[in-house]
Each structure stands twice: as C-alpha cells, then as structure tokens.
Design a protein around this ligand. Structure first.
Ligand code: URA
Length: 408
C-alpha cells in the first residue's frame, strides 16, 4: 500500500528498491497522487535517505527515460550543472566560451527552483528562443554548431522533471538525497563523459552550510563512479548575488556584456572563469593556467560571443527584441559607508515578488522585470547615492533595504 511506504519513511526506516520503484513509477503513471508524493518527499526531507536508497532513486529516475549516446561527438564531452543561485547566469557565459574552444556542449537546463533562477527561463526571455528541442534536434545542433542549451527533453529523466516541479512548490527542495538523485539522473541521462557540478552554499542557495555542500559533493562523486563518470565539484559562495543583475532578460544582457569582454572583475566573472577553465581542463587535459588563457583569448577575440549568437540563431531567438520593463524605481543608500554585504536571499524573494520567478506551478514569468545592483560589496557609498534599480510592471510592497544592504 502506498500509505505504508509513506509511513515507513516517516518513521525513519530504509525503503527498498522495490518500494521506491512502485511509489515513484506509480507517480509517473498517475496512480500515486500529488498529495501522496508531496508527503513522501517531505518525509525524505526530514528523515533523509541512506546511500543505497539514493543510488536506487537515481537509477529509477534515469530508467524513467532514455540515455543519450554522445559517442559520435569528437573529444571528451563535459557537462556542467549548478545547484542554483540568485543571479546565477554562469551557463549563459561558459557554455559559449567552452564551445568556442572546440569542446561540444550539450546542456539540458532547468527552470527556476525556489528563489533561484533557471537558465531555461532566462533563455526564454529572448523572443522566439526555443527551449523544447527534441532529442533529434539536440543531436543535430550539437553536431552542427557544437552547442545546444535546451530544457530537459521529454525523454530524459521525465520522472525528475515531474518531481522537480512538485518540490519547487511543496517546500521539499533542500533535501541532499533528492538534489543528488535529481542532478545526477539528468546528467547521466544527458550522456556527457565527465560532469562538473557547482554546489552553491549560503543564504541564497538550496544548501546553507559547507558541511551540507561537502556531503552533496561526496554523494555525486559516488554516484558518478557507479556510472563510470568522472565528477568534479566546485563549492561556491551564494550569500551575495552573482554579478549585478537578477531577473531573466536582465541576466541575459549581463551575460552578453561578459561575453563581449565589457564586464569588470567581479564574483560572477571570476566564477565563470573558474568553471569554464575546469571544464576545459577536464576535456583537454591542459593545465588550469593554459585553460584560463584560452578562455580569455576566446572572449577577447570575439569567438565566444560569436558562438553565443550562433546558439541564439540556431534556436530561433531574436536577440534584438530582448527587452526589460521601462518602469524603474531607484533605491538610494540611507547612510554613507562601505557596503559590507548584500543579502542574496532577500533580493531573490524581491525578484520573485516582482514576477521574475514562480510561487506556484501554474505561475507565468514576467521576463522583463528584475533588479540591477548599482553597487557591489566593498564599494563606498554616500548617503543618497543610487544602489539598486528595480525594473517592475506592478510594484509589490518593498522590503526594508537597510536589512538587505549592510552599510558601515
Ligand atoms: N538542481 C537540480 O537539477 N535538482 C535539484 O534538486 C536541485 C538543483
């Protein structure tokens, strides 16, 4: 009985492969209802899962769909995944850079989860951009231009896709076992030889502590071993937003600025170089410094941005039509001093209340709204100086910005 499985997990007992299989496949078939799955997910969040249960769940997710065979692509393919952050547009920057260096990039990305944005939502802010490619279209495009970024195709880990959407709205996002099986099932099904995972920690991330990040790191590496995939992880800070912009079209514009070589050194550009160089090292076996030099060259010579334009064109996007809301409100510093911190989570919540993210599965996103930081942590400001620009359509009630920008 379905309810016995829920009770067993609620009582902290280990579920067998068979029990997990019956429950999760029952959900995919519609026999297990949303409320029953929500209840089991919450029990998993609270009671956790053994490694054995996590390996079983990952396998059940993978087996719910196809596994791509990328052996026709030249060289060593490397996939990258982020656990999600506020202002995290790294995929938009690093995928074209890596592809411009001759490493094929086939990236299946997700939508926003919790207060964190998703690459697919960001790309959809480019009018016309198709994110629903079939497996055949994905294969043709990666062979043709060496890069594709699409939503999870219907045939890849469909069970994860259904459960991911439910977790987003049932408070069951921040469970390490669920995150590990969700990420690894998609990455293994997507077929790359090697996998790089950016695990974010901090108030704007799914995970709040370094210990949790290390636990997730251990797990994804162990799962990778089972499937003979080298997995590397980078643990990165998510207490302050990444870069200057939060919100879909704003983030695409910021990514373009970096690809055009017009963005200064900041936490986002540094992370992009760190991740992209790791991918280049994993694929080409070069040293970190050589990889960094190749990346900087690809930006300076314009080939990285060119690759981004090829991607947009191949997926029918019209970059000239990318737009942000014309209604803006400026927030000013309430005192003089140096900005000590900027709360990622509070700005993430504000961007969702503006309409840049979802609070229910049915919500639609307003691509043109969001936030632009005019100052960064470490900058000096004078009282009355502009620190934040809010792009809105309908202004929600605003938070106390003295709690978001700590100025001393
Ligand atoms: N990214 C995923 O793909 N799944 C999660 O559960 C969390 C982040």
């Amino acid at each position: 009985m379905i309810v016995d499985i829920i009770n067993k997990k609620r009582n902290g007992q280990e579920l067998s492969y068979h029990e997990l299989d019956v429950f999760f496949n029952g959900y995919l078939d519609g026999k297990v209802k949303d409320y029953q799955m929500s209840s089991l997910l919450m029990a998993i969040c609270i009671q956790g899962m053994s490694d054995e249960e996590i390996f079983s769940l990952t396998k059940i997710f993978i087996d719910s769909g196809d596994v791509l065979d990328l052996s026709f692509l030249p060289g060593v393919t490397v996939d990258k995944h982020s656990t999600g952050g506020i202002g995290d547009k790294t995929t938009l920057v690093i995928a074209p850079i890596v592809a411009s260096l001759g490493i094929p990039v086939l990236k299946m990305s997700g939508r926003g989860l919790g207060y964190t944005g998703g690459t697919i939502d960001k790309l959809e802010s480019i009018p016309g951009f198709r994110i629903d490619l079939s497996d055949e279209e994905v294969m043709h495009q990666v062979e043709d231009i060496g890069i594709v970024i699409t939503g999870q195709t219907a045939s890849l880990a469909p069970m994860d896709k259904k459960i991911y959407a439910l977790r987003d709205v049932t408070g069951t996002v921040s469970s390490i076992p669920l995150i590990a099986s969700s990420i690894m099932s998609k990455k293994i099904a997507a077929g790359a030889d090697k996998i790089l995972i950016d695990i974010k920690v901090g108030n704007g991330a799914l995970l709040q502590t370094r210990e949790e990040a290390e636990k997730l790191s251990e797990l994804v590496i162990k799962i990778g071993k089972i499937y003979q995939k080298e997995v590397r992880t980078i643990v990165s800070d998510m207490n302050i937003p990444l870069g200057y912009c939060i919100g879909n079209s704003l983030e695409v514009l910021e990514a373009i600025k970096i690809l055009q070589g017009n963005e200064r050194d900041n936490n986002l550009t540094k992370l992009c170089i760190d991740l992209a160089s790791e991918m280049v090292c994993m694929s080409k076996g070069v040293t970190k410094q050589d990889a960094i030099d190749m990346i900087l060259d690809s930006i300076q010579s314009g080939i990285a941005y060119q690759k981004f334009l090829e991607l947009v064109q191949a997926q029918h996007g019209n970059i000239d039509l990318l737009s942000t809301s014309k209604k803006v409100k400026i927030i000013k510093a309430s005192q003089s001093g140096v900005i000590q911190s900027i709360s990622a989570i509070e700005l993430g919540k504000l961007s969702v209340s503006l309409g840049a993210g979802r609070t229910t599965m049915e919500d639609t996103i307003d691509y043109g709204v969001g936030l632009e930081l005019l100052k960064q942590v470490g900058d000096s400001v004078q009282k009355g100086q502009e620190i934040l620009k809010i792009y809105y359509r309908k202004l929600p009630s605003l938070p106390d910005f003295n709690h978001i920008f700590l100025i001393k």
